[in-house]
Design a protein around this ligand. Structure first.
Ligand SMILES: [Zn+2]
Length: 558
């Protein structure tokens, strides 16, 4: 028995897709190594990382703990065993330090069955670097090669597609599965009829009462959604549309991309996928026109994601820049300020504005217009002005509607796979069309009898707001009940090479009864209801550094 034995620990790692490097095989390598050398203390500790890809070098909890223990001295070892160097990590040099520095500091050598790397020896360190980088490049190239092989097969349409609900395989083709096809067609027609995935799901569960694709008694909205968006059902040959792993480029121009941290493990749309109309290989369950109509409806119905719960600033979601975007809050010396997310680079010249400026403007509107003694008269005057239907609006509406029609036609032409950005544009177009339509219709509606409307509105505001303190008027919950949005207009002034901006006017779009829609989305409903809207403009006093006589020599790009 040797008196002074070296201490060692082992680290085994296997990634999700790794067949060759099982934990057992790595353990066997360790045991064989120990037996052959005979110079190590017994009961070596083992650290096992199972199921995380070699690529996500940032997120390996066991390895992280191991390194922490080494660094803190909790784990005092001379050597660390890995079955091969790439088990420790195939990282690019950018990540390397975080995995080697603790070993270097505590003089822990990395041991493989055939070699030993002492990071304090420059040659060892260099060799390790080289090894790591080669493994890293190799891994990426291998994965790109595999993909390009699949991609070329898919392009030639020799890659067999998986069947789906409504389609079954018959030789090289996917053909209609009669029993399921009925249900698929019903889902499509019900959706066109109701415009609601929820209602379609209800119909399936309460009236049709058939089994779901998974063989369960109840359908869920996700299944319905998948059926409504599956291009295969309209005779499209698709590959790589949704991806869970690396983001591959199917045109072979780039190495596979790693995902952003918050997208890991999620199934997301890959914009670089293959999609073409191939009815001879895939028998269409749904005709192209119906499929297109459904896609268009889905886009129209999609709302941006619900804002995450958490701290919400007073005016977040209500405050709009003159360029139309929602302004975001940040803090300067502890004071909340709001700025346009576009910024100068995004073509917006708005600056940063303190919250109290907007608060003051709102209080002014409430006290002088909505709650004053002659509120009814004031509101009536504003409504009268609004009543003059803006002819510009009508021209713009016509123009936008044409654009939307063209976009809809392109959507039907599914030969080309449309990128996500296109859907986004359509959604924005639709939103603008709806806004203008609402504006036009509210003008018309108000035109019937402004006097009655003004009376009702003044009454409504008094009921809601009378007797409230300044703080209460500005409480988020209350704000949402009487304000639809707050739009800012700026003034600019050039002094030498400096351009100053300040808020010129604040336009508050009042809308009573908004609380009914609270909690749906950040995107407010564009359909106006209740008592209609009231636009109140308030001038904001210019800050002292603005010289009012000076001509505004600077024109913003908006
Ligand atoms: Zn802006």
């Amino acid at each position: 028995m040797v008196d002074t034995t070296k201490t060692i620990a082992a680290y085994y790692r296997r990634s999700t897709t790794d067949q060759e490097n099982s934990i057992d095989r790595q353990r066997l390598a360790f045991q064989t190594f120990l037996k052959n050398s005979g110079e190590y203390a017994e009961n070596a500790e083992e650290f096992i990382e199972d199921g995380i890809s070699g690529d996500s070098s940032v997120d390996r909890p066991i390895q992280g703990r191991l390194l922490k223990n080494i660094e803190s001295g909790k784990l005092d070892i001379d050597e660390l065993f890995v079955a091969s160097t790439d088990r420790w990590g195939r990282f690019s040099t950018a990540y390397k330090a975080q995995f080697t520095l603790p070993l270097k500091r505590k003089s822990v050598a990395l041991r493989t069955p055939t070699s030993i790397i002492d990071f304090n020896k420059p040659t060892d360190d260099l060799l390790y670097d080289l090894h790591c980088n080669l493994a890293y490049i190799d891994n990426h190239e291998r994965s790109a090669k595999v993909t390009s092989g699949i991609a070329s097969k898919a392009l030639k349409k020799t890659l067999k597609l998986l069947p789906c609900y409504g389609l079954r395989r018959e030789g090289e083709r996917l053909v209609i599965e009669e029993a399921q096809t009925e249900v698929v067609r019903l889902i499509y027609s019900k959706y066109l009829e109701t415009g609601s995935k929820h209602k379609v799901t209800e119909y399936l569960n309460n009236e049709l009462k058939g089994l779901s694709p998974a063989g369960k008694a109840t359908w869920n909205i996700q299944t319905v959604s998948k059926i409504l968006t599956n291009p295969k059902l309209s005779g499209h040959y698709v590959y790589g549309r949704l991806s869970k792993g690396k983001l591959h480029s199917f045109d072979g121009t780039a190495l596979p991309q790693q995902r952003q941290e918050d997208l890991k493990g999620k199934e997301i749309r890959n914009s670089n996928s293959i999609c073409s109309y191939t009815p001879d290989l895939i028998e269409p369950v749904i005709d192209l026109a119906t499929y297109g109509k459904v896609q268009q409806k889905l886009i129209e119905k999609t709302l941006p994601k619900k804002q995450r719960e958490g701290r919400r600033n007073k005016f977040t979601g209500l405050l709009k820049c003159s360029c139309g975007r929602n302004m975001r809050a940040r803090y300067r010396n502890g004071h909340p300020v709001y700025a346009c997310p576009s910024g100068k680079a995004g073509g917006c010249n708005g600056g940063e504005y303190r919250e109290h400026l907007i608060s003051t403007a709102i209080l002014e509107v409430v006290k002088n217009h909505l709650l004053s003694g002659d509120a009814e008269k004031k509101i009536g005057k504003i409504l009268q002005e609004q009543d003059d239907v803006n002819s510009e609006d009508l021209v713009r509406l016509n123009d936008l509607e044409n654009k939307y029609k063209v976009a809809g036609a392109r959507l039907l032409d599914l030969e080309s796979c449309l990128p996500d950005g296109f859907r986004e544009q359509m959604r924005t177009l639709k939103a603008e069309i709806d806004t203008i339509k609402a504006r036009v219709s509210s003008c018309n509606a108000a035109g019937v009898d402004t006097g009655d409307a003004a009376k009702a509105m003044a009454e409504g505001y008094r009921k809601l707001l009378n007797g409230k303190s300044d703080e209460e008027l500005l409480e988020r919950d209350t704000l949402e009940q009487y304000i639809a949005d707050i739009q800012l207009q700026y003034v600019f002034q050039r002094t030498g090479s400096k351009v100053f901006t300040a808020i010129d006017t604040v336009t508050i779009r009042g809308s009573l009864g908004y609380d009914a829609r609270k909690g749906t989305t950040l995107y407010r409903s564009y359909v106006e209801d209740g008592l209609g809207t009231l636009k109140v403009r308030t001038k904001v006093p210019l800050p002292t550094y603005f010289e009012p006589d000076r001509p505004m020599s600077f024109s913003p790009m908006i």
